[in-house]
Design a protein around this ligand. Structure first.
Ligand code: NDP
Ligand code: MG
Length: 392
């Protein structure tokens, strides 16, 4: 067993979510190497308190002010520091007892924590893809070699395919995609799908926002932008490949025609663990794949006409600057409205497109500027939603 001082001291931001709880499971399985020292939650304070007790953490943060005084917080273990509000995330990552931050916050709300982590020189295990979609142009120049480890399964796969390779020898990155619950449906058929249908993902159990993004294929569009930043390639070098079984997690094709793929179980604990263990590999946290029992792997191209969000994200990735920030913010608003039952599934793309059309692109300059554009895009998307409701 490793001694206390050789353990990686981890802060888990968004510890109550799908990635957060799977991260905690990895930390439990590798308690001899990983020490959970700090946690954040937004609203689920009862779960936060239980986790703080289970892992004996030094510090917790409640980012949603409406839950910052929940009575259950009085049951935190004696000596556990309690921070409140959005700014608490940046405070946590700067703590002297934190070596590595696993950012599993959902949405653009995760950007500042990623920024603060890189600034503080800590390892960033990044699940929050929105950080790179919105602020990739700010974050990438801040990251030193191997400081930022992707948790998103496709990006972890690509990262692994590139170990020991030269970035300028990459011909293409084949970004795989399950196709989601509505694979094969036409644009007309998508008009009437329900929230329950959209939340039924065939291969992965995830939080509601990314599950809807996986149904619209916006998730894949966001992931192309994420890959552009992480691996320094243009969007045309990142074709999307529908791989229905989610067994190939992505592939890199080199100039000589060789293709290296990363495969494994559809279990997020593998890429989460790799982001924490890198450059080492530790014992698997989950079941292995028996390739003899797999049967076949099916692959095809996506349909950008039915899945308009894929085309909108491509437009944003191509235009760059502040456009991906607007894409992301409008999408967060539209997905929230769809989940609340106040717009249809296909309205998501309509709202995003109208908001993109209303935006004048500028270069990314600062966090403050991105926050202002994010706020503008949210308000514009709300207006677009109100118009849709009026015309319905
Ligand atoms: P969940 O919705 O399951 O969890 C989100 C977490 O973020 C919760 O802990 C939640 O707190 C917290 N949170 C919500 N809103 C805020 C906010 N405004 N500020 C701070 N914290 C907030 O999401 P997932 O775990 O599914 O996804 C997390 C991130 O990981 C996303 O960026 C997603 O795209 C990415 N990702 C997820 C994958 C998956 O398999 N789930 C796969 C690849 C990437 P609380 O619950 O207490 O309200
Ligand atoms: Mg992914």
């Amino acid at each position: 067993m490793a001694s206390e001082e050789h353990k990686l001291r981890v802060a888990v931001l968004g510890c109550t979510g799908s990635i957060g709880t799977q991260t905690l499971d990895v930390c439990r399985q590798h308690a001899d190497r990983l020490d959970v020292v700090a946690l954040s939650a937004h609203s689920r304070t009862a779960e936060l308190v239980q986790t703080a007790r289970d892992y004996g953490v030094a510090c917790v943060a409640v980012t949603d002010e409406r839950h910052a005084s929940d009575p259950v917080l009085q049951e935190l273990p004696a000596g556990t520091e309690l921070l409140r509000g959005h700014e608490a995330l940046a405070e946590i990552v700067q703590r002297a007892d934190v070596d590595c931050v696993l950012n599993a916050v959902v949405g653009a709300a995760g950007l500042e924590a990623s920024y603060a982590t890189l600034k503080a020189g800590k390892r960033l295990a990044l699940a929050n893809k929105e950080s790179l979609v919105v602020g990739g142009e700010l974050l990438m120049p801040m990251a030193t070699h191997d400081q930022m480890l992707p948790v998103d399964s496709e990006h972890s796969a690509i990262f692994q395919c590139l170990v020991g390779e030269r970035a300028n020898r990459v011909h293409a990155i084949w970004l795989t995609c399950s196709g989601g619950p509505f694979f094969g449906r036409s644009a007309a058929e998508l008009e009437s799908v329900t929230v329950a249908d959209a939340l039924r993902h065939p291969n992965w159990a995830m939080g509601p926002k990314i599950t809807v993004d996986s149904a619209t294929l916006m998730n894949k569009g966001l992931e192309r932008i994420e890959a552009m930043h992480l691996f320094g390639v243009g969007i045309d070098q990142i074709p999307v490949l529908i791989q229905r079984e989610s067994t190939i997690h992505s592939m890199v094709e080199f100039v000589d025609g060789s293709v290296i793929a990363q495969l494994g179980a559809s279990d997020m604990r593998i890429p989460i663990q790799y982001a924490l263990s890198y450059p080492e590999r530790w014992d698997t946290p989950c079941d292995r794949v028996d390739f003899r029992a797999l049967g076949s792997l099916t692959m095809t191209a996506p349909d950008p006409v039915a899945f308009r969000c894929l085309a909108l994200a491509e437009r944003a990735g191509r235009e760059g600057g502040t456009v991906p920030c607007v894409l992301n913010a409008a999408n967060e608003i539209a997905v929230g409205a769809f989940l609340a039952g106040s717009c249809s599934f296909t309205d998501i793309a309509r709202v995003v497109e109208a908001t993109l059309d209303a935006h004048d692109r500028s270069e990314v300059e600062s966090l403050e500027q991105l926050k202002q554009i994010d706020a503008w895009a949210r308000s514009c998307a709300q207006d677009q939603l109100s118009r849709l409701v009026l015309h319905a």
